[in-house]
Each structure stands twice: as structure tokens, then as C-alpha cells.
Design a protein around this ligand. Structure first.
Ligand code: ZN
Length: 189
């Protein structure tokens, strides 16, 4: 990866990781999937290595799936019903052939994308994760409380009290701001 290519954030939930490819949604939306090679890079980082060429049409499909997942997850976070149009996009992708697992010589399981439909199969895996996430009804799908962040995350921690997309990114910023406020009050008083 060269320096001018922004790093993707991967947090272990494919569906949400895809929504994070549009950064700073709330303040200054920044598209990370600008061209087909960006989608190939994301799938390689998040699912498994891509060897096939990605078309513009496939990129458009991935972005459409991403926005459907984002809007559906936002609805669940806000306690609203998922819109039929978003459900349709997610279900359409979830019905396609997904990646499969292969037993490697070392005894480990390796994820393999479907030959001839590598990225399509990766998107199917993303959509299946979205169905799992959106149907969980576990109260652990949340929006980050970081200032102007708005990233959606799933809290898989045991205590289940996570408030930020990432403690490093938003948790620290909030704590630092509180620390500065306390210090300022101290100095003034
Ligand atoms: Zn955040």
C-alpha cells in the first residue's frame, strides 16, 4: 500500500467494516472506494485476496450494498424498522454464492473467494454478516459517541458497555478533551 492510499478500518464485522469505507459521514464524507482497484484492496484486506479484475459495475453494486447496510443499521440503532428497499439490496446479495473454506496443508482454514465471481462472493459474505447483525436484536449495535464521528459499531465486548468505534480514535479524543477541560477549570479556579 502506498502512502497516498488511506488505510481501511477493520473491526471484525464485515458489514460494518464496509460502511466505514465512507469516512466522516457526519462532517465531511470522504469516499475510500473511489475506483475498482480500491474495492479490490478492501476485499483483499477484509475477506481474502482478489486476483480478478473488478469492473465499474461491481464497484457501483458494492457502494449500493454499503449504503443499504448503513441505512438499515442506522434504522436499527434508532429503533426504526429497516426500509424494504434496503432489505431488498441486502437480501439480494446474501442469496448469492458466498466464499468457502479450504483446509490448508498446515491444518488451518483458509477463506477462498468463488473463482469467476471473487468480489461478488465477498459481497455475499458481507450481506450475510449484515443479516446476522441486523437480526441479532442484542442492543449492541450502536453509533459512536465520539465528536462528529457517527460510525456504527457492534459491541462484542463481554461487559457490553462500549461507547466508541475505537478507544484509540474516539475514546482517547473524548478523554483528552475532558482532561483539558478539567485542567483549564483547575487553572482558572
Ligand atoms: Zn468514533
Amino acid at each position: 500500500m502506498s502512502v497516498d492510499e488511506p488505510a481501511f478500518i477493520l473491526d471484525g464485522r464485515l458489514a460494518l467494516d464496509l460502511t466505514w469505507t465512507l469516512r466522516y459521514r457526519a462532517v465531511a464524507p470522504t469516499e475510500l472506494l473511489v475506483g475498482p482497484p480500491d474495492l479490490a484492496r478492501w476485499v483483499t484486506a477484509a475477506v481474502a485476496p482478489v486476483t480478478e479484475t473488478v469492473s465499474d459495475g461491481l464497484l457501483a453494486e458494492a457502494v449500493r450494498l454499503r449504503e443499504a447496510i448503513h441505512d438499515a443499521a442506522r434504522a436499527v440503532v434508532d429503533g426504526r424498522r429497516v426500509r424494504p428497499v434496503d432489505r431488498a439490496v441486502i437480501n439480494d446479495h446474501a442469496a448469492r454464492p458466498a466464499p468457502y473454506l479450504e483446509l490448508s496443508p498446515s491444518g488451518a482454514a483458509t477463506v477462498r473467494l468463488r473463482p469467476g465471481a471473487e468480489v461478488e462472493s465477498a459481497l455475499a459474505a458481507v450481506a450475510l454478516d449484515a443479516v446476522d447483525l441486523l437480526s441479532a436484536d442484542d442492543g449492541r449495535l450502536r453509533a459512536c459517541e465520539g465528536p462528529a464521528c457517527a460510525l456504527l459499531f457492534h459491541d462484542s465486548s463481554r461487559p457490553g458497555r462500549r461507547r466508541w468505534c475505537s478507544a484509540q480514535r474516539c475514546g482517547n479524543r473524548v478523554n483528552l478533551a475532558a482532561h483539558r477541560r478539567r485542567r483549564a477549570e483547575h487553572t482558572e479556579g
